[in-house]
Design a protein around this ligand. Sequence first.
Ligand SMILES: Cc1cc2nc3c(=O)[nH]c(=O)nc-3n(C[C@H](O)[C@H](O)[C@H](O)COP(=O)(O)OP(=O)(O)OC[C@H]3O[C@@H](n4cnc5c(N)ncnc54)[C@H](O)[C@@H]3O)c2cc1C
Length: 401
Amino acid sequence: MAPELRDAENNSSPRPLSDKESVAVVGGSAAGLFTASLLARQGILVRVFERIETLQPDERTLIVTDRMRALLGRAAQKSVVNEIRHFELFTDGRAATVTLKHPDLIIERRTLIQALAEEAQRAGASIELGRRFHALHPNGRGLVLEIDRCDDGTREEVRADTIVGGDGASSRVAHAAGWAPLETVPLVQAIVPLPKDMRPDTARVWFVPQDTPYFYWLIPESPTRGALGLIGETGPETRHHLEKFLEKRKLDPIGFQAARIPVYKRWVPVHRPVGKGSVYLVGDAAGQVKVTTVGGIVTGFRGALGVAQAILNRGSRELRTLRRELDLHLLLRRSLHDFQQADYSRLVDLLNAPAKRSLADYSRDEAWKILWRVCLSQPRLVLLGLRGLLSRSRSLRRTSL
Ligand SMILES: Cc1cc2nc3c(=O)[nH]c(=O)nc-3n(C[C@H](O)[C@H](O)[C@H](O)COP(=O)(O)OP(=O)(O)OC[C@H]3O[C@@H](n4cnc5c(N)ncnc54)[C@H](O)[C@@H]3O)c2cc1C
């Protein structure tokens, strides 16, 4: 089913684009390519500029909720390499298992990007590889992009009415249009042989607050291999913790995957007028990442859908619901961020059967529903979260003194 694009609501956006006008998308990865597809399907002239020279982006093993299927349809299926039905949570000798009603999907990023590129081209978008965005400026009715060719270093000028920046966490489009830079955190994962005692349909999560305020994960991508990683606060320290963790579990890494991920601190307004043109941001460039798990694939697709709605109409309901969702993840992250070992132990102990069912029935992309159901089934978890929030605000006050 095609996502709903005719969903105008917010009148603060610019006038809708006509099919005579053109859109330049900078960044041919998940969020940029999905935006390009959605716009091209509506007859808009779309050119995508991507700095890498072949459609062979870095491989990455990712875990997403099945919401991705509803958003992408056919393009999603090709990249799914495994499904996860259970999560095992560990902390300080304690364990809890949550069985998911709707399995999570393990996807391979390179295949996903290639499938999205095919879809965008089939819809009529052109994808220009080896083209690095340099700068933008207003020009008469629209905008001009300065694009560098990566093969011979020459610079060309390209006219567009609207620019969409899908160029990741250190977005040059955002910088050129005057958005403030986003704070980022390092994410490192190692591809490892799957431990013998592990089932391929089960992911593991370890809460080790002395190493990271987030968590370690091990997600099987096949019956024999998995990705073990963590999010940290500084790059070298995060890599060091990962190596120690691998050593302790006697796991030999086959390879490493790493990059910096934006931290969602507040909603980033996705549109800016520049001269008579418009600039939008999608995906990591707009910080559209769930800050509880630092997952940005599904939320980036939702941001892309929202931006396409805003460009075609005069606003987007999807962007408003995405904002509410990301704000709720921020609240949850604040309550967890200063958790100590004893708090995690209590958290795992408090996971009674009804609370586990609430976690199982709804996905991480429906945080409101999870929170509401958990409030009803285990109010003490909410008190634990509130304590976390209070201790976070105390520690923030201390550091600002
Ligand atoms: C190791 C790792 C594991 C992850 N695991 C998960 C996970 O399990 N689940 C999940 O949901 N998320 C995960 N993430 C996060 C997720 O990968 C990102 O949120 C998502 O890929 C962001 O997509 P994007 O399209 O917004 O940006 P990106 O994928 O960063 O794409 C930006 C694109 O813009 C291009 N570009 C940049 N600058 C320019 C320029 N000047 N001109 C032209 N092109 C340019 C880049 O080459 C790139 O193709 C993980 C990230 C990493 C690094």
